[in-house]
Design a protein around this ligand. Structure first.
Ligand code: GLY
Ligand code: MN
Length: 439
């Protein structure tokens, strides 16, 4: 990793060390997940650990102890020529200090002996339970239990456990210049792969062929791979929000929904587009598409600094509900239907946006003290309104039953307004249709 990037991680660490006060932070690497007899699932780093250290090897634990001579300790798996023969070079304790800037580093086997002393002087431990590192959790539990006994005489010792997100989520929510460079690249790569995947769409081709084009398009351009399991849902499959089977041949006259994004430099993009398999939208398909498209445009326009997070969703809902009434899917007064989530939830069951970053559904509160968060420059969110008409919606016009449409772009909030990072991919129905191979 380049020194410039490591300096970015070091700056973030310095901010956290200042914010910790009487607390220390413990960040374990994500667990390795084994499947079957000896197959490991592809390893994914823990985003919080990566954000603060850049460290990517499994098993590691970072400990931040403000006010000490060695505020950044890394416990890592040591060099091991036998294992390195099979799985590649390890940095060991040497690289932990020399490359990653740890003030001290130890083999991970020494964690149980050393962690109690490292944490003994702090009231609060910032650590997360439930992440799958049972070894670290058992150790922290023991430290807290022991401190209950020793604290009265020592006059100090851990007595509170706080989620590190309390300090880290807000930092991660507002992207720095380094992150935005990676997110722009993830977006650019994703757009290019979507164009290639659209060119594979024609009657008779398999959903899996489109998935292959997307995933190959990401990898070919240097992305780590897909940020999440690629979704290619044709026909009624488009009404399943996270459909990932991708095992059905596409048929003439249907729509196909692609939801995917590259992971580049560990940052995610997240795009959804819907294409007509034959290269032309039918009248009813186009009418539904244009409603979602108008909702997408209205929601993006609402993503301005100072706006409430919910204003983006509300802008989408207003357009979607009016459209559903116009198309004869819903009946009744538009204002009343808008105000009643249960009236439209059958057709628009999810929210319009999520934060985007190291996690595809990134960290950060959407509301504080009961009030929606205000958007700030540097925040990145998706805008992804959709309409999904169940095949069983007998009240809906027949031509729309079993049709699912979602349009998703990635939006950076800037002082000047919304900047669509994925804007190079067309949204207009004619332009989208022109991208497919068709009949
Ligand atoms: N774009 C699909 C999702 O965010 O879940
Ligand atoms: Mn999304």
């Amino acid at each position: 990793m380049s020194p410039d990037i490591l300096a970015v991680h070091a700056d973030r660490r310095a901010r956290v060390l200042r914010a910790l006060g009487d607390g220390a932070m413990v960040l374990p690497a994500a667990p390795e997940v084994r499947i079957g007899r000896d197959q490991d699932l592809p390893y994914r780093v823990d985003p919080d650990l990566y954000y603060l250290t850049g460290y990517t090897e499994p098993e590691a634990v970072a400990v931040l102890t403000p006010g000490t001579e060695a505020p950044f300790t890394l416990f890592v798996r040591p060099r091991d020529p036998d294992r390195e023969l099979w799985t590649g070079r390890r940095g060991g304790v040497e690289a932990a200090c020399e490359v990653f800037g740890a003030d001290q580093a130890f083999p991970i086997a020494e964690l149980p002996a050393r962690l109690p002393a490292l944490l003994a002087g702090y009231d609060t431990i910032y650590a997360r339970f439930g992440g799958g590192r049972d070894d670290v959790e058992a150790l922290l539990r023991r430290i807290l239990v022991d401190a209950r006994r020793t604290r009265p005489r020592a006059g100090r010792g851990p007595q509170a456990l706080v989620d590190p997100g309390r300090l880290l989520d807000d930092m991660r929510l507002v992207k720095d210049a380094h992150e935005l460079r990676l997110m722009r690249e993830a977006a650019t790569i994703s757009v290019a792969a979507f164009r290639e995947a659209a060119a594979v769409i024609r009657p008779g081709a398999g959903e899996w062929e489109v998935q292959a084009a997307l995933d190959a398009g990401f990898r070919r351009r240097g992305a780590d791979g897909p940020a999440f399991e690629t979704i290619v849902g044709s026909g009624e499959n488009a009404t399943v929000l996270h459909y990932v089977r991708n095992d059905r041949p596409m048929r003439a006259g249907e729509l196909v929904l692609l939801a995917a994004g590259a992971l580049y430099g560990r940052y995610a993009a997240d795009i959804t587009r819907v294409f007509p398999v034959s290269g032309r939208f039918s009248g009813p398909q186009r009418a539904l598409y244009d409603v979602v498209r108008a909702a997408h445009d209205a929601a993006i326009a609402a993503a301005r600094p100072g706006a409430a997070f919910d204003a983006v969703h509300d802008a989408a809902v207003a357009v979607l509900v009016a459209g559903l009434v116009e198309l004869g899917v819903l009946t009744g007064d538009v204002e009343a239907l808008r105000a009643d989530e249960t009236a439209y939830k059958a057709y628009f069951p999810h929210r319009t946006s999520h934060w985007l970053g190291l996690d595809v559904h990134d960290v950060g509160d959407y509301a504080r003290d009961g009030a929606p968060r205000r958007l700030e420059p540097g925040m990145v969110l998706t805008v992804e309104p959709g309409l999904y008409i169940p095949a069983t919606a007998l009240g809906a016009p027949e031509a729309l039953r079993g049709v699912g449409i979602r349009i998703e772009d990635d939006v950076l909030v800037t002082a000047e307004g919304p900047e669509v990072l994925t804007c190079e991919l067309p949204v207009d129905a004619d332009a989208v249709a022109a991208l497919v191979a068709g009949e």
